[in-house]
Design a protein around this ligand. Structure first.
Ligand SMILES: Nc1ncnc2c1ncn2[C@@H]1O[C@H](COP(=O)(O)OP(=O)(O)OP(=O)(O)O)[C@@H](O)[C@H]1O
Length: 229
Protein backbone atom coordinates (compact mmCIF):
# COMPACT_ATOMS: atom_id res chain seq x y z
CA UNK A 1 0.00 0.00 0.00
CA UNK A 2 1.23 3.50 -0.85
CA UNK A 3 0.85 5.96 2.02
CA UNK A 4 1.32 9.71 1.99
CA UNK A 5 1.64 10.60 5.63
CA UNK A 6 1.05 14.32 6.22
CA UNK A 7 2.92 15.24 3.06
CA UNK A 8 3.37 18.90 2.14
CA UNK A 9 5.04 20.02 -1.08
CA UNK A 10 5.93 23.68 -1.64
CA UNK A 11 6.50 25.22 -5.07
CA UNK A 12 6.95 28.95 -4.69
CA UNK A 13 3.73 30.20 -3.18
CA UNK A 14 1.86 27.00 -4.09
CA UNK A 15 1.47 24.29 -1.51
CA UNK A 16 0.05 20.79 -1.89
CA UNK A 17 -1.09 18.74 1.08
CA UNK A 18 -1.77 15.01 1.02
CA UNK A 19 -2.63 12.68 3.87
CA UNK A 20 -3.95 9.53 2.27
CA UNK A 21 -3.44 5.94 1.16
CA UNK A 22 -3.63 4.61 -2.39
CA UNK A 23 -4.72 0.96 -2.67
CA UNK A 24 -3.60 -1.32 -5.52
CA UNK A 25 -5.54 -1.02 -8.77
CA UNK A 26 -6.17 1.91 -11.07
CA UNK A 27 -6.55 5.27 -9.35
CA UNK A 28 -7.50 8.23 -11.55
CA UNK A 29 -6.28 11.63 -10.38
CA UNK A 30 -8.64 14.36 -11.52
CA UNK A 31 -9.28 17.98 -10.65
CA UNK A 32 -9.02 21.52 -11.97
CA UNK A 33 -5.96 22.81 -13.78
CA UNK A 34 -3.28 24.07 -11.42
CA UNK A 35 -4.75 22.18 -8.46
CA UNK A 36 -1.62 20.10 -7.88
CA UNK A 37 -2.04 16.79 -9.75
CA UNK A 38 1.42 16.75 -11.32
CA UNK A 39 2.92 17.98 -8.07
CA UNK A 40 1.39 14.97 -6.31
CA UNK A 41 2.95 12.55 -8.79
CA UNK A 42 6.33 14.28 -8.50
CA UNK A 43 6.23 13.90 -4.72
CA UNK A 44 5.58 10.15 -5.06
CA UNK A 45 8.30 9.77 -7.68
CA UNK A 46 10.81 11.79 -5.66
CA UNK A 47 11.26 14.65 -8.10
CA UNK A 48 11.36 18.27 -7.30
CA UNK A 49 10.63 20.55 -4.45
CA UNK A 50 10.51 20.45 -0.70
CA UNK A 51 8.62 17.55 0.78
CA UNK A 52 7.74 17.30 4.43
CA UNK A 53 5.96 14.29 5.84
CA UNK A 54 6.60 10.79 4.58
CA UNK A 55 5.93 8.80 1.43
CA UNK A 56 5.77 5.14 2.47
CA UNK A 57 5.60 2.02 0.31
CA UNK A 58 4.71 -1.21 2.14
CA UNK A 59 6.24 0.09 5.37
CA UNK A 60 9.39 1.39 3.67
CA UNK A 61 9.93 5.15 4.07
CA UNK A 62 10.92 6.48 0.64
CA UNK A 63 11.77 9.97 1.88
CA UNK A 64 15.29 10.90 0.82
CA UNK A 65 15.47 8.13 -1.81
CA UNK A 66 16.39 9.15 -5.33
CA UNK A 67 13.71 8.53 -8.01
CA UNK A 68 15.67 5.56 -9.38
CA UNK A 69 15.73 3.91 -5.96
CA UNK A 70 11.96 4.11 -5.54
CA UNK A 71 9.61 1.27 -6.51
CA UNK A 72 8.14 3.54 -9.16
CA UNK A 73 7.95 3.62 -12.95
CA UNK A 74 6.62 6.68 -14.74
CA UNK A 75 5.04 7.61 -18.02
CA UNK A 76 4.75 11.30 -18.76
CA UNK A 77 3.29 13.12 -21.71
CA UNK A 78 6.73 13.72 -23.21
CA UNK A 79 7.47 10.01 -22.79
CA UNK A 80 11.22 10.25 -22.19
CA UNK A 81 12.41 7.78 -24.81
CA UNK A 82 16.13 7.92 -25.56
CA UNK A 83 16.46 9.28 -29.11
CA UNK A 84 19.70 7.39 -29.89
CA UNK A 85 18.24 3.99 -29.00
CA UNK A 86 15.82 1.95 -31.10
CA UNK A 87 12.28 1.39 -29.90
CA UNK A 88 13.14 -2.21 -28.95
CA UNK A 89 16.17 -0.99 -26.96
CA UNK A 90 14.11 1.69 -25.22
CA UNK A 91 11.54 -0.93 -24.21
CA UNK A 92 14.25 -3.46 -23.33
CA UNK A 93 15.67 -1.06 -20.73
CA UNK A 94 12.84 -2.19 -18.45
CA UNK A 95 14.35 -5.69 -18.39
CA UNK A 96 18.07 -5.07 -18.74
CA UNK A 97 19.47 -1.62 -17.93
CA UNK A 98 22.69 -2.45 -19.82
CA UNK A 99 20.71 -3.69 -22.80
CA UNK A 100 22.20 -7.18 -22.83
CA UNK A 101 18.93 -8.94 -23.53
CA UNK A 102 18.64 -12.72 -23.47
CA UNK A 103 16.74 -14.46 -26.27
CA UNK A 104 13.77 -14.80 -23.93
CA UNK A 105 13.88 -11.10 -23.03
CA UNK A 106 14.07 -10.09 -26.70
CA UNK A 107 10.98 -12.20 -27.31
CA UNK A 108 9.23 -10.44 -24.41
CA UNK A 109 10.05 -7.07 -25.99
CA UNK A 110 8.66 -8.20 -29.36
CA UNK A 111 5.52 -9.51 -27.68
CA UNK A 112 4.81 -6.34 -25.74
CA UNK A 113 5.40 -4.20 -28.84
CA UNK A 114 2.76 -6.30 -30.57
CA UNK A 115 0.42 -5.81 -27.57
CA UNK A 116 0.64 -2.03 -27.89
CA UNK A 117 0.10 -2.13 -31.64
CA UNK A 118 3.68 -1.66 -32.81
CA UNK A 119 4.58 -5.05 -34.30
CA UNK A 120 7.72 -4.95 -36.39
CA UNK A 121 8.65 -1.37 -35.45
CA UNK A 122 11.24 -2.27 -32.81
CA UNK A 123 14.16 -1.44 -35.09
CA UNK A 124 13.14 2.20 -35.60
CA UNK A 125 14.41 5.17 -33.65
CA UNK A 126 11.82 7.36 -31.86
CA UNK A 127 12.23 10.12 -34.47
CA UNK A 128 10.76 7.74 -37.06
CA UNK A 129 7.51 7.25 -35.11
CA UNK A 130 4.43 9.42 -34.67
CA UNK A 131 3.62 11.01 -31.30
CA UNK A 132 0.97 8.38 -30.60
CA UNK A 133 3.34 5.55 -31.51
CA UNK A 134 5.99 6.97 -29.20
CA UNK A 135 3.40 7.01 -26.42
CA UNK A 136 2.62 3.38 -27.05
CA UNK A 137 6.32 2.44 -27.02
CA UNK A 138 6.72 4.20 -23.68
CA UNK A 139 3.70 2.32 -22.34
CA UNK A 140 5.32 -0.93 -23.53
CA UNK A 141 8.36 -0.17 -21.38
CA UNK A 142 6.14 0.40 -18.32
CA UNK A 143 4.27 -2.84 -19.02
CA UNK A 144 7.54 -4.78 -18.93
CA UNK A 145 8.89 -3.06 -15.84
CA UNK A 146 8.41 -4.90 -12.56
CA UNK A 147 8.13 -1.80 -10.37
CA UNK A 148 4.92 -2.03 -8.34
CA UNK A 149 3.92 1.65 -8.53
CA UNK A 150 3.12 3.10 -11.96
CA UNK A 151 2.59 6.84 -12.47
CA UNK A 152 0.93 8.06 -15.66
CA UNK A 153 0.67 11.82 -16.23
CA UNK A 154 -1.63 12.59 -19.15
CA UNK A 155 0.20 9.83 -20.94
CA UNK A 156 -2.43 9.23 -23.62
CA UNK A 157 -3.50 12.81 -24.26
CA UNK A 158 -2.04 12.74 -27.81
CA UNK A 159 -4.06 9.69 -28.85
CA UNK A 160 -7.44 9.59 -30.57
CA UNK A 161 -10.42 8.18 -28.64
CA UNK A 162 -10.27 4.59 -29.93
CA UNK A 163 -6.54 4.16 -29.36
CA UNK A 164 -6.77 5.88 -26.01
CA UNK A 165 -9.45 3.42 -24.87
CA UNK A 166 -7.26 0.57 -26.10
CA UNK A 167 -4.26 1.83 -24.10
CA UNK A 168 -6.39 2.38 -20.99
CA UNK A 169 -7.69 -1.16 -21.31
CA UNK A 170 -4.10 -2.43 -21.47
CA UNK A 171 -3.19 -0.41 -18.39
CA UNK A 172 -6.19 -1.76 -16.50
CA UNK A 173 -5.85 -5.38 -17.57
CA UNK A 174 -2.05 -5.72 -17.59
CA UNK A 175 -1.14 -3.51 -14.66
CA UNK A 176 -3.99 -2.62 -12.32
CA UNK A 177 -5.77 -5.98 -12.32
CA UNK A 178 -2.46 -7.70 -11.67
CA UNK A 179 -2.02 -5.87 -8.41
CA UNK A 180 0.18 -2.93 -9.36
CA UNK A 181 -0.68 0.48 -7.94
CA UNK A 182 -1.40 2.61 -11.00
CA UNK A 183 -1.93 6.34 -10.46
CA UNK A 184 -3.10 8.13 -13.56
CA UNK A 185 -3.63 11.87 -14.05
CA UNK A 186 -6.34 12.53 -16.60
CA UNK A 187 -8.24 15.61 -17.72
CA UNK A 188 -11.14 13.49 -18.91
CA UNK A 189 -13.48 12.40 -16.10
CA UNK A 190 -14.89 9.82 -18.51
CA UNK A 191 -11.55 7.99 -18.39
CA UNK A 192 -11.95 7.80 -14.64
CA UNK A 193 -15.58 6.71 -14.91
CA UNK A 194 -14.86 3.98 -17.44
CA UNK A 195 -11.55 2.57 -16.28
CA UNK A 196 -10.62 3.53 -12.72
CA UNK A 197 -11.20 1.62 -9.50
CA UNK A 198 -10.69 4.74 -7.39
CA UNK A 199 -10.79 8.49 -7.94
CA UNK A 200 -8.37 10.80 -6.19
CA UNK A 201 -9.60 14.39 -6.41
CA UNK A 202 -7.01 17.20 -6.25
CA UNK A 203 -8.07 20.83 -5.99
CA UNK A 204 -6.67 24.03 -4.53
CA UNK A 205 -3.61 22.36 -3.14
CA UNK A 206 -5.35 19.48 -1.39
CA UNK A 207 -5.16 15.85 -2.53
CA UNK A 208 -8.24 14.11 -1.15
CA UNK A 209 -8.18 10.44 -0.12
CA UNK A 210 -9.27 8.22 -3.02
CA UNK A 211 -12.89 7.10 -3.21
CA UNK A 212 -14.36 4.16 -5.11
CA UNK A 213 -15.11 5.50 -8.60
CA UNK A 214 -18.80 4.62 -8.41
CA UNK A 215 -19.19 6.43 -5.08
CA UNK A 216 -17.22 9.46 -6.27
CA UNK A 217 -19.45 9.97 -9.31
CA UNK A 218 -22.70 8.99 -7.58
CA UNK A 219 -22.33 11.54 -4.82
CA UNK A 220 -19.59 14.07 -5.61
CA UNK A 221 -18.45 16.56 -2.99
CA UNK A 222 -19.41 20.18 -3.73
CA UNK A 223 -15.86 20.93 -5.01
CA UNK A 224 -15.89 17.82 -7.22
CA UNK A 225 -19.38 18.70 -8.44
CA UNK A 226 -18.27 22.16 -9.51
CA UNK A 227 -15.28 20.63 -11.35
CA UNK A 228 -17.43 18.01 -13.09
CA UNK A 229 -19.99 20.67 -14.07
N1 LIG B 1 8.24 26.28 -10.14
C1 LIG B 1 7.09 26.72 -9.66
N2 LIG B 1 7.03 27.78 -8.83
C2 LIG B 1 5.87 28.24 -8.33
N3 LIG B 1 4.67 27.65 -8.60
C3 LIG B 1 4.67 26.62 -9.44
C4 LIG B 1 5.86 26.08 -10.01
N4 LIG B 1 5.53 25.04 -10.80
C5 LIG B 1 4.18 24.93 -10.71
N5 LIG B 1 3.66 25.86 -9.90
C6 LIG B 1 2.25 26.03 -9.54
O1 LIG B 1 1.88 24.90 -8.81
C7 LIG B 1 0.48 24.65 -9.01
C8 LIG B 1 0.24 23.17 -9.23
O2 LIG B 1 0.79 22.77 -10.47
P1 LIG B 1 0.53 21.31 -11.04
O3 LIG B 1 1.30 21.21 -12.31
O4 LIG B 1 0.79 20.32 -9.98
O5 LIG B 1 -1.04 21.35 -11.32
P2 LIG B 1 -1.93 20.33 -12.16
O6 LIG B 1 -3.15 20.07 -11.33
O7 LIG B 1 -1.12 19.17 -12.59
O8 LIG B 1 -2.31 21.27 -13.40
P3 LIG B 1 -2.66 20.92 -14.92
O9 LIG B 1 -3.94 20.15 -14.88
O10 LIG B 1 -2.87 22.29 -15.53
O11 LIG B 1 -1.51 20.17 -15.51
C9 LIG B 1 0.03 25.53 -10.15
O12 LIG B 1 -0.79 26.54 -9.61
C10 LIG B 1 1.31 26.07 -10.73
O13 LIG B 1 1.13 27.39 -11.20
Amino acid sequence: MLTLDDVTVSKGTFQLRANLQVPPGLTAVIGPSGGGKSTLLAAIAGFGPTVTGRVIWDGDDLSGKEPGQRPVTMLFQDHNLFPHLTIAQNVGLALAPRLKLSVKQSAQVDAVLTDVGLPGLGGRKPAALSGGQIGRAALARCLLSDRPVVLLDEAFAALGPALRAEMLTLVRDRMAQQGRTVIMVTHDPNDARSFADQVLFVAEGVAHPPLKAAAFFYDPSPAAQSYLG
